[in-house]
Design a protein around this ligand. Structure first.
Ligand code: PLP
Length: 384
């Protein structure tokens, strides 16, 4: 009997090692990894640049406190500022922590401006599992049993401009995913995002984006904000930022970051030399190997192949963050794919999510589509 908490419904498979877009289980079976640890391993497994950089960093210095200067953090922050257009960076350990920082910063902002200290958030969104982020997460199954929740969130329907603008009147800003990930890979309507940004700017309110899943190349851009041509006051990042090393970050304007002076916020581990070195290596590799361009190109190719599959009713998403709406139960299809050697997951009863590493090739997409095609047929047959 496992001595672990039973909070995950784990599948009966364990992986021993990975190379590129492939994982190998403890029996030596090879899988195409189109889950990437849920949009994390952006460079694929065992990328030579990561292996080299992390080996060197491990042998030099793993951790020092944020009481001291950390040059690796300064370097990673410079690059993040350059690529994002934002001005300041705070490093933490996860997506939920990055969103906690955004929420705390929004409250500081509200108090400094005399605005209501609440944020507009969306039904069907996902911002993490800490108490504040789960309170901002508009899906009851994540909140059930954890009441009382943290106050200060007003829920609106995603992509509903009228509702969002009405709620904004009693709030200091919005916190939105540019593409809802856990909610089923639902992209924001471009006109909606632009109009919300405009309203926030006109009213002196905060336009905050949760780019934990969409950020760092996943959509074919450094940020999904660039895809939508909007300029948030701050964004949260994690997942692909460390390609497997746990690290999160908040990027913010100078003005917003200045609210978080000494002692207001902090973390023991956030941005330690190992994590910060991973961030710089990920950013450099994405740039040097043209992985944003690859994500955009392969994403389009993958979308076109998915649309040709029988049983696929709709394909949605941006870049290499895609979903297929199926006639078949998605969980059963994902299980059949696992047996066929392809790792994907179901984000809704009839929605499959695909978030392969950004290094994925056309040939690997062809292989994945062929395994998926067989799985769709199998589930169809067994459901009859
Ligand atoms: N925000 C979004 C959009 C996410 O997709 C996730 C995780 O799936 C989170 C926040 C939480 O990130 P973490 O699990 O690293 O705390």
């Amino acid at each position: 009997m496992s001595k672990l908490f039973a909070n995950y419904a784990r599948l009966d498979v364990a992986f021993e090692y990975g190379i590129g877009c492939h994982l190998y289980d403890t029996h030596g079976k090879k899988y195409l990894d189109f889950l990437s640890g849920i949009a994390v391993t952006s460079l694929g497994h065992s990328h030579p640049k990561m292996v080299e950089a992390l080996k060197e960093q491990v042998s030099q210095l793993l951790h020092v406190s944020n009481l001291y200067k950390i040059p690796q953090q300064e370097k990673a922050a410079e690059k993040l500022v350059e690529l994002s257009g934002l001005e300041r960076v705070f490093f933490c350990n996860s997506g939920a922590e990055a969103n906690e920082c955004l929420i705390k910063m929004a409250r500081k902002y509200a108090h400094s401006k005399g605005l209501p200290p609440s944020l507009v958030v969306t039904h069907n969104g996902f911002h993490g599992r800490t108490l504040a982020t789960v309170s901002a997460t508009g899906t009851p199954k994540y909140q059930d049993g954890f009441q009382p929740l943290v106050a200060g969130f007003q829920f609106v329907e995603y992509n509903n401009l009228q509702e969002t603008l009405a709620a904004l009147e009693n709030c200091c800003g919005v916190l939105l995913e540019p593409v809802q990930g856990e909610g089923g890979v639902i992209p924001a309507d471009p006109a909606y995002l632009k109009a919300v940004e405009k309203a926030c700017i006109e009213q002196g309110k905060l336009f905050l984006l949760d780019e934990v899943q969409t950020g760092i190349g996943r959509t074919g851009h450094w940020l999904a904000a660039h895809h939508y041509e909007v300029s948030p006051h701050a964004v949260s990042l994690a997942k692909g930022l460390g390609s497997g090393i746990p690290v999160g970050a908040v990027l913010a304007t100078e003005e917003l970051s200045s609210l978080m002076g000494p002692g207001t916020h902090g973390t023991t581990f956030g941005g330690n030399p190992l994590a910060a070195r991973a961030v710089s290596t990920v950013l450099e590799t994405i740039e040097n190997e043209g992985l944003r361009e690859n994500a955009a190109e392969q994403g389009e190719y993958f979308r076109s192949k998915l649309l040709q599959l029988e049983g696929v009713q709709e394909v949605r998403g941006v870049g290499l963050m895609l979903a297929a709406v199926t006639l078949q139960p998605a969980k059963e299809v994902a299980q059949a794919c696992l047996e066929g050697g392809l790792l994907i997951n179901a984000v809704r009863d009839n929605v499959l999510r695909f978030v392969p590493p950004l290094v994925v090739s056309r040939q690997e997409i062809d292989q994945a589509v062929s395994i998926l095609s067989v799985a769709l047929e199998q589930v169809c047959v067994s459901a009859e």
